[in-house]
Design a protein around this ligand. Structure first.
Ligand code: URA
Length: 434
C-alpha cells in the first residue's frame, strides 16, 4: 500500500477501505508518515468527506491506536457523557454526582479548556487539593467505592487522535463533521463505557453554527456508537448565549454547587436534567424519562446530589468544605462592572467572544501549557432577550490584574448587541437524536 495512492484516491472522491484506513492510522501512530502527507490526507477528507463506513473505520482505527479501558471490574451499566464544548457549560460537575447519587456508575475522563471553551479538569483543579491525575486502576477502585470518578484523560488513550487533532488545529481541518465525530467517539469508545450521552452544542459559541450541521454531527456520532454496539443518544442544545451565568473555573464550580443546592434554576439546570434523564434511562436505572427527571429533581431537593459531589471531592483529595463555604475557592483581587452602553433589548451575544473575554481575564490559555488564573472569570447578569437601561449592570468581571479587566470589558462590550429589535434566542434543547 502507498500513502500517495490513498491521498489521490480520497482527493478524487473515492471511498477508502478498512485496510487503507488502518494503514493510514498505523502510519500516524508509529510516526512513519510525515506531517505533510497526513495533512494532505486530512485536507482531502475535509473536502471529500467520509462515508459512514469510513467514519466508523477511522474511529475504530484511532481507538486501537492506544490502550482502551477495561471497566469490567465495575458492576452495572457505565454511562459516559460528552459535550462538544461551549461557554458557561458546567453540566458535568452537576450531572455526574447527581446521576451517581441515583446509583449510576460514572467514570468520566475530561479535558482542559480549549480555545474559548472551558474544561472540566481546570474547573475541578480550582477545588483546593482535588487530584485529577488518577491511574485507571485508582479510578475503577473509586467508582466501585463511591460510584463516581472524574479524572483527566490518560496519555496512552487514542494517541492517533491526539496527533491528528494537533495537525488539524494548524491546517484548517478542524471543522469537518466526520473528523470531529471520529475524534470525539474514538475517545468515548476507548473510555470503555457501555452507553454514551452526547451534548452537541449549536450556535455562535459552538463548533456547529447551525442546526443542519449540528444534526449531521449528532447523527454521525450516534451512528458510530450504535454501529459499534454502544447505545448512543445525542441532544442538540443551544450555545447561542452562555449556558449558565458564571464563566471561569472557580466561578463555574460555585454555580455547579449552587445548582446542586437547588439555589439556581434556569437553562443550565434544564440541560443537566435532560442529559441526566437520558443517562439514567440508558443505564436502566429507570425506563421512563419523566420519572428520571423527577428522580434528579428529588436528589437536588434532598441534597443527595450535593453529598455525592462532596464524596467525590474527598475521594480525590480535595476539600469538600468548599461546598459549604465558597470563599475557600480561589478568590480574585480585582472586580470590574460592565454596564449597558445604551437602553434597549439584548438582541444578540457573540458567545465565543464572551469566552475569549474570560480567557483575556486569565481563565483560559492562549498557548499550550499556560498557567491559568483559577479565580478569574465573568458573572453574567443579563442574557439574550433581557431589556436593559443605559448604565444597568450587564456583567461582573473578576481577575488578578485590573489591566486584564479593562481588555476583557472591551471584548465583552463588543460581543453584546443592544437594539430595539427583539430576536428570538434558540430553545435550550432543540432535538434528541437516538
Ligand atoms: N473535540 C474533540 O475531541 N475533537 C474534535 O475534533 C473536536 C472537538
Amino acid at each position: 500500500m502507498n500513502i500517495v495512492d490513498l491521498i489521490i484516491k480520497k482527493r478524487n472522491g473515492g471511498e477508502l477501505t478498512t485496510d487503507e484506513i488502518n494503514y493510514f492510522i498505523k502510519g500516524v501512530t508509529d510516526k512513519s508518515l510525515p506531517d505533510y502527507q497526513i495533512s494532505a490526507m486530512l485536507m482531502a477528507i475535509f473536502f471529500r468527506s467520509l462515508s459512514p463506513q469510513e467514519t466508523a473505520d477511522l474511529t475504530l482505527a484511532m481507538v486501537h491506536s492506544g490502550t482502551t479501558l477495561d471497566l469490567s471490574e465495575i458492576n452495572g451499566i457505565k454511562v459516559d457523557k460528552h459535550s462538544t464544548g461551549g461557554v458557561a457549560d458546567t453540566t458535568t460537575l452537576i450531572l455526574a454526582p447527581l446521576v451517581a447519587s441515583l446509583g449510576l456508575k460514572v467514570i468520566k475522563m475530561s479535558g482542559r479548556g480549549l480555545g474559548h471553551s472551558g474544561g472540566t479538569i481546570d474547573k475541578l483543579e480550582s477545588i483546593p487539593g482535588y487530584n485529577t491525575d488518577l491511574s485507571t486502576q485508582q479510578a475503577i477502585k473509586q467508582v466501585n467505592n463511591i460510584g463516581l470518578a472524574i479524572i483527566g484523560q490518560t496519555s496512552d488513550l487514542t494517541p492517533a487522535d491526539k496527533y491528528l487533532y494537533a495537525l488539524r488545529d494548524v491546517t484548517g481541518t478542524v471543522d469537518s463533521i466526520p473528523l470531529i465525530a471520529s475524534s470525539i467517539m474514538s475517545k468515548k469508545l476507548a473510555g470503555g463505557s457501555d452507553a454514551i450521552v452526547l451534548d452537541v452544542k449549536v450556535g455562535n459559541g459552538a463548533f456547529m453554527q447551525d442546526i443542519t450541521q449540528a444534526r449531521q454531527l449528532a447523527k454521525a456520532m450516534v451512528e458510530i456508537g450504535n454501529s459499534l454496539n454502544k447505545k448512543t443518544v445525542a441532544l442538540i442544545t443551544a450555545m447561542d448565549r452562555p449556558l449558565g451565568n458564571n464563566i471561569g473555573n472557580s466561578l463555574e464550580v460555585e454555580e455547579a454547587i449552587n445548582v446542586l443546592k437547588g439555589k439556581v434554576k434556569g437553562r443550565l439546570k434544564d440541560v443537566v436534567l435532560e442529559l441526566g434523564a437520558h443517562m439514567l434511562v440508558l443505564g436502566k436505572i429507570t425506563n421512563n424519562l419523566e420519572t428520571a427527571r423527577n428522580m434528579l429533581n428529588e436528589n437536588i431537593a434532598n441534597g443527595k446530589g450535593l453529598d455525592k459531589f462532596k464524596e467525590l471531592i474527598t475521594a480525590q483529595g480535595g476539600n469538600p468544605h468548599v461546598c459549604d463555604d465558597l470563599s475557600l475557592l480561589p478568590q480574585p483581587t480585582e472586580k470590574f462592572t460592565v454596564t449597558a452602553k445604551k437602553s434597549g433589548i439584548i438582541s444578540q451575544m457573540d458567545t465565543a467572544k464572551i469566552g475569549r473575554a474570560s480567557v483575556a481575564l486569565g481563565a483560559g490559555r492562549t498557548y499550550k501549557g499556560e498557567k491559568i488564573d483559577l479565580s478569574a472569570g465573568i458573572i453574567m447578569n443579563k442574557t439574550v432577550g433581557d431589556a436593559v437601561q443605559q448604565g444597568d449592570k450587564i456583567a461582573e468581571l473578576y481577575a488578578s490584574d485590573i489591566d486584564k479587566c479593562n481588555i476583557a470589558a472591551d471584548i465583552l462590550n463588543e460581543s453584546i448587541e443592544i437594539s430595539n429589535v427583539e430576536k428570538k434566542p434558540l430553545p435550550t434543547i432543540l432535538e434528541v437524536i437516538e
